[in-house]
Design a protein around this ligand. Sequence first.
Ligand SMILES: NC(=O)c1ccc[n+]([C@@H]2O[C@H](COP(=O)([O-])OP(=O)(O)OC[C@H]3O[C@@H](n4cnc5c(N)ncnc54)[C@H](OP(=O)(O)O)[C@@H]3O)[C@@H](O)[C@H]2O)c1
Length: 268
Amino acid sequence: MTSDPRISATQNGRHILITGASSGIGAALARYYARPGNHLTLWGRNTERLEKCAQEARRKGAAVTILALDLCDTQAALSAFIAADDARAVDMLILGAGLGDIRPVGALAEKAEDVLAISLVNFTTPVTLASEAAGRMAARKKGWIGLIGSVAAFHDLPVATAYSGSKAGLARFSTALHAAMTPHDVKVTLISPGYVDTAMSQRLEGARPFLVSAEKAARLIANAMEKGRAHLLFPWPFQLVRLLEAIMPRALVHRIVRSAKVVQRPQL
Ligand SMILES: NC(=O)c1ccc[n+]([C@@H]2O[C@H](COP(=O)([O-])OP(=O)(O)OC[C@H]3O[C@@H](n4cnc5c(N)ncnc54)[C@H](OP(=O)(O)O)[C@@H]3O)[C@@H](O)[C@H]2O)c1
């Protein structure tokens, strides 16, 4: 299913590597690109969910390879990417895996070990893989790289300092890489979602304003990547929030964000 049939017609016959394909947005992207002619390389940690996603994609006619890998091991991820690209040139790399965490009520700061994992999964490993892919794709004069960040990148979130900080780093890396790769015909897109209805946001207690389904998110991402847009931020009300925050005094912004009660249920 796509909102633009002209785009879907050109999206066949590609090798598409997706990280975070065992759940949420990554799994929805795998379903989106699952069609005859495409080869999907799907990465995640949970083998059972990865295999389920792979079976669904195979039923729709795609060839699928899966790999269970912890992205906290950046060197292992880089070696796996090089092996995948050597075996079959990767046309599209979608770096969707991400780790969110909220400081528990009563804790003074986020736990150092959680911050380390968030930094590796949300920033260090994706920028390492994107850099390797960019060099290889630039030499081939063709390729698409999508980096899934978050609207959190544009806000100081006191209960998610590592998450907002890692996504801010990813955002700057992505738009800088877009600038570097444009002369080489490699399209680099930063994707900054608001709330998407996946396991990650379902853990949050309370309202999830302007919630978007994973299916709709996948369609928006695929369209933006195809067009080589530097940045997709959705849904649009979060663009207004970003603008508003940028013109408000920082001390006032901090007072508002500190007063917000954000609670996360434990991971199942
Ligand atoms: N949902 C939202 O509201 C929202 C909003 C803004 C941005 N985002 C971003 O969107 C992306 C996708 O998130 P989602 O909503 O689809 O969440 P999700 O359903 O929780 O999926 C997260 C994916 O990341 C993978 N992952 C996490 N830690 C990993 C690790 N150490 N090694 C390898 N893979 C790992 C998970 O693999 P396993 O399940 O196999 O462990 C899973 O496939 C993330 O980058 C997230 O930050 C989401």
